[in-house]
Design a protein around this ligand. Structure first.
Ligand code: NAD
Ligand code: UDX
Length: 483
């Protein structure tokens, strides 16, 4: 069997590498129009950082795993074509700010139809709005010259970045949605057999197309909702003296609720949660289900509030101004164990601080200086509350003079008035607080947006310490001081 995958990104690369690793008889080729990305996949330095990825890729590459930008030729030869292109939120036109932009998907489908001369199974790997398969079927059937037969399957991906390889190796489930026709059922069977080479059969769920597509949006919405729920309670904890870690423990031990995704944070980030919920909201509004749309939109609003709340806490605690003060930003990726910064809460927090005149010293173990500068020069995020707290878009040249990037925690914190932990990297749990405190301007503030630092120890050292959702230090200004 020959598999081609259009899109060599965070999903296409690792997913195909795992298939090649587990199915030595299958030839897998990952394709992209971005030549730099393909060259990086073919080099010693892969384009994405993911624990365990290098070993798998280096083990299979050149044997049954290939990376190429000869997209049309490889698609023409494939039996199964995964499409794992980006489906970002539309920024212009109908549905801007909410709907998924399917332009990349449609472009891929038109190309598949144009070059195909043999029957193929087309697999939706990208996260798409429910009913996309119907649109794709139309694009394919109206554009194929020689009456080539296509079966479209939905096979959403549930991997999380940072744990992608273990998620792919031991998935909770694999969902395969198809048409309930003889050829649709056969296509589902063909793809199931690929996964069955390493996934237990009871974890491979065959279902219909629309349920599969909607299950992906629903899963992300539920996960994000749990984070917004616990984050909403973190604000209440700070106002009452309760402790969010204790709340998570007490609530999460209820077996009906479970302990996962109850870590309060400075906000969820990543390329998926916000985009997919906005898409869900758009679909609901299009179907006149306005209360359903409002319900899910609140998850995003809560997340925006959490980021703003953190910025306000920093500013109000530091005597209501951070103008000209240096603030160390510890962590810029949207979560630990990835170099991905897409929708990272650190971006909005940094912009909020820059907006108030702060100078930033940023350190992240996996994010490059170029990436940090690029992200901070782009316009503010979609949901930032621009009416109450207008964000003045500073020029990239002006922003660049206010940011320093450092190679380690200690350099970033030197002479800083405050340090903000924004990503839960393991190394922040064990950093030398005494050494950091000694090098900082006093009073030295520590704002922990991930609750990874030992706050009691930090206070003993002399820090004024804020832990998200924790009882407030007497030097930390309460909500009454917030703007
Ligand atoms: P990505 O931006 O990292 O990769 C997409 C790639 O597709 C890019 O390299 C782009 O150049 C390429 N591409 C676009 N159009 C193309 C075309 N016509 N021909 C060839 N290549 C083309 O995106 P990603 O993070 O891998 O996400 C891909 C999809 O998977 C999205 O729909 C996303 O919602 C979904 N998803 C992502 C994650 C995640 O953790 N990142 C998890 C589950 C699902
Ligand atoms: C998510 C889904 O988990 C995955 O199934 C889907 O395929 C893609 O989207 P990802 O965005 O890579 O994966 O990472 P995830 O672990 O879900 O974290 C998303 C964000 O939520 C991160 O910013 C993380 O720090 C935050 N988070 C997560 C919390 O703030 N608290 C938690 O308890 C869990």
């Amino acid at each position: 069997m020959k598999i081609a995958c259009i899109g060599a990104g965070y999903v296409g690369g690792p997913t195909m590498a795992m298939i090649a690793h587990k199915c030595p008889d299958v030839q897998v080729t990952v394709l992209d129009i971005n030549k730099d990305r393909i060259n990086a996949w073919n080099s010693d330095s892969l384009p994405i950082y993911e624990p365990g990825l290098d070993e798998v890729v280096f083990g299979c590459r050149g044997r049954n795993l290939f990376f190429s930008y000869d997209v049309e030729q490889c698609v023409a030869e494939a039996d199964v074509v995964f499409v794992s292109v980006n489906t970002p939120t539309k920024t212009k036109g109908v549905g801007a700010g909410y709907a998924a932009d399917l332009a990349y998907w449609e472009g891929a489908a038109r190309m598949i139809a144009k070059v195909s001369t043999s029957p193929k199974i087309i697999v939706e790997k990208s996260t798409v709005p429910v009913k996309t398969a119907a649109a794709i079927e139309k694009v394919l059937s109206h554009n194929t010259g020689g009456g080539v037969a296509f079966d479209v399957l939905s096979n959403p991906e549930f991997l999380a970045e940072g744990t992608a390889m273990s998620d792919l190796e031991k998935p909770d489930r694999v969902i395969i949605g198809g048409r309930m026709t003889p050829s649709g059922l056969k296509a589902v069977q063909t793809l199931s057999e690929v996964y069955a080479q390493w996934v237990p059969k009871e974890r491979i769920i065959a279902t219909n197309l629309w349920s599969s597509e909607l299950a992906k949006l629903t899963a992300n919405a539920f996960l994000a909702q749990r984070i917004s729920s616990i984050n909403s309670i973190s604000a209440l904890c700070e106002a009452t003296g309760a402790d969010i870690t204790e709340i998570s423990r007490c609530v999460g031990t209820d077996s009906r609720i479970g302990p996962k995704f109850l870590n309060a944070s400075v906000g969820f980030g990543g390329s998926c949660f916000q985009k997919d919920i906005l898409n869900l909201v758009y679909i609901c509004r299009s179907l006149n289900l306005n209360e359903v749309a409002d319900y899910w939109e609140q998850v995003i609003k809560m997340n925006d509030k959490q980021k703003r709340r953190f910025v306000d806490r920093v500013i109000s605690s530091m005597f209501n101004t951070v103008k000209g003060k240096r603030i160390a930003i510890l962590g810029f990726a949207f979560k630990k164990d990835t170099g991905d910064t897409r929708e990272s809460p650190a971006i909005d927090v940094c912009k909020g601080l820059l907006d108030d005149g702060a100078l930033l010293s940023v350190y992240d173990p996996k994010v490059s200086e170029k990436e940090i500068r690029t992200q901070l020069s782009l316009p503010a995020g979609l949901g930032w509350d621009s009416t109450k707290h207008p964000f003045v878009q500073q020029q990239a040249s002006e922003i660049n003079t206010k940011i320093e990037c450092h190679a380690n925690v200690y350099d970033a914190c030197k002479d800083a008035h405050a340090a903000c932990v924004l990503t839960e990297w393991d190394e922040f749990k064990s950093m030398d607080l005494g050494k950091i405190y000694a090098s900082m301007t006093k009073p030295a503030f520590l704002f922990d947006g991930r609750n990874v630092v030992d706050a009691a120890k930090a206070r003993d050292m002399g820090f004024v310490c804020y832990g998200l959702g924790k009882p407030l230090d007497k030097f930390i200004m309460g909500d009454e001081f917030n703007r």
